[in-house]
Ligand binder design. Sequence first.
Ligand code: OXD
Ligand code: MN
Length: 592
Amino acid sequence: MALTKNKEVLEFVNTCAELTQPDKIIWIDGSANQIKQLKSEAVKSGELIKLNEHLLPDCYLHRTAVNDVARVEDRTFICTANKEDAGNVNFWLDPKLAYHLASEIARASMKGRTMYVIPFSMGVVGSEFSKIGIEITDSIYVVLNMNIMTRVGKSCLDRLGKTGSFTKCFHAKCNVDADKRYILHFPEDNTIISVNSAYGGNVLLGKKCLALRIASYLGKNEGWLAEHMLILGVTFPDGEKKYIAAAFPSACGKTNLAMLIPPKSYLERGYKIECVGDDIAWIRVGEDGRLWAVNPENGFFGVAPGTNERSNFNALQATKRGTIFTNVALNTDDMTVWWEGLSEHCPPNMLDWTGKPYDGSGTAAHPNSRFTAPAVNCPCVSPDFNSETGVPLSAIIFGGRRATTTPLVYQAKSWEHGVFIGSAMSSETTAAASGQTGVLRHDPMAMKPFAGYHMGDYFAHWIEIGKQLKKPPEIFNVNWFRQDADGKFIWPGFGDNMRVIEWILKRCGDNPIGAEETPIGFVPKPDDINIEDMNLSVDALKEILSVDKDKWIKEAEEIEKYYAETIGSRIPDELYACLEELKRNCKNKKEG
Ligand code: OXD
Ligand code: MN
C-alpha cells in the first residue's frame, strides 16, 4: 500500500510500474520487521548467504555477476540539455535519447518480479540540509544496502509531505547485460536511472549518483559544495577539537584515514580521532563565515582487501554485525568471510568471490570487494555524526597516490591556490572503477568521476564559495605513497599519518608554527614532523618532503595540457594565475 499522498511520488511510482510491469510493489517503511523479512527472503532465494550468527551476527554475503564488480565510468552519463554543460570530463548523452534508451531497456523487465519503493534521506531526516530521494528497484540487495547506507522509511515521506520535491532514482537489474548497462544522471530533472547493473556504486543511487553527481549540481545552484571527502575530528590533549575534510580518489586509504588510530605515544598524550564520515561531505558556509560539513550517509561502503586489525581496526569492528559483504571469499569451515590482507595466510576451504573452491590462483576476494556496514558500529564514530548543522572545518586536505614528485605534505598559500592544487590533483588508478590499475590520471579534487556538471564551472564555484568565507580553512595536499628506488613505500602510512595531521592542524588557527616556503607551497621543516618511535630516518623524511623543481616544471606543463585539452573552457582566471606563478617559481628558484 502506498505510504504517501505526495502526488509526484505516486506519479513516479505508477510510471515506473507501468513501464516495468512488476508482479508486486512493496513500499519500504523502514521497520525492523520488514527488513528482517526481506533478509530471510533473500537468503531463501540465494541472493544472500547467511554468515555465522555467533561470529558475525546478522551478516550476509552477496556475490555479483562477474561482469559487474565495479563502477563503470565509461557507461556513466550526465544528460544535460546542452552538451557543453556536462563538460569534457563527463560522458554526455542527449536527455531525450537517454530516457528513450533506458525506457526500452527497462520495459517489462520486472515481470515476475517485485518492485520496491525506497524512500530515503541523505542526511538526518528533517534537517534543512538533507535531501530526500525515492529509489525504485527490483533488487532486495539494493533495499538492504540502502537501509544501511541511508536513512530509509516512512519518516522520509512524512518529511516530504504532500508537495515536497525529491530526487527520482530508478534502478532495474534487467539481465545485468554489460553492453546495455547505463548509469544516467539528469541533473536538470533531479533524476537518476541505472539499468543492467547490480553492483553497489552503480545501484545504491543515494551514494555516488545522488550525494555527489546530482548534489554537486544542486550545490552549485543553491550555494554549497558536495564533495568526495571524509570528515574527521581530532581532539587535542587539552580537549580542543578540530575538524578536517579530505578528498582522495577511490581506494587510496580514505576509510583508513577517517578512522585512524594514532600511534601509542599520541594516545598516551590524549590525542583522539573521531570519524564523522568516510566518503562524502556536504559543505556549507555558516553564518560565522566558516565552512561546516555534514556526512549525508549512514554507513560505510568500504573496500575490504587490505582491511585488518592493524590497518583499520575500527573499520573491521564496524563489519562485525549487521553487515553485507559483497564479493569477498567465504570460509566454509565456519561460515565467516576472508579477503586478501585480512590475515597473513588464507585459511583452507575457501570459496572464492565467484563461489568456486579457491585453489590459490588469482585472488580469493575480488580486489574491489566491499563491506556495507552501519556507521553506528564503528568504535570511533563521532558524537557529531548525527549533527544537523555539521562540524566546522579547520583544514581541507587533497591527496593522491603518487610514487614521485608530490611531497608527503604541503600547504597552499591561499584559498585560490588551494583550489588550484585540488584542480591539479592526479593519482594512480585503483580497482574501484573498471579499467587498468596503476595508471596516472588527473582526478581534480577526487571528483573526476563524480562532478555532475562542467569541471571548469565546478572550479569557479569553489572560487565563489571562498569569497564568502571570513575564516577559510587552510588547504593542504598529502601523498602517503612516495616510493624509493626499489619501488617500496617510504612513509608507513596508516596510524602514522597522525604525525602529518598534527603538523597540518598546527598550521591552522591564529598562531601557526613556521614552515618552509617552496615553489609549490609551504612544506614542514623536517624537525616539525614528529618521527619519534618510528622506523624512518631523518634523511628519508627529508627525501619525502623534498620538492624537485625539474619534476614540478614537468608537472606544471602537464597541468597546463590537462586544463587546455581535457577541461577546455570555463576555467577561472584565478587558477591560471596560480599555474603561471607555479611555473615562474620553479624557474626562478631554479635559476637562483
Ligand atoms: C567508493 C568509490 O565506493 O569512490 O567510495 O568508488
Ligand atoms: Mn568514494
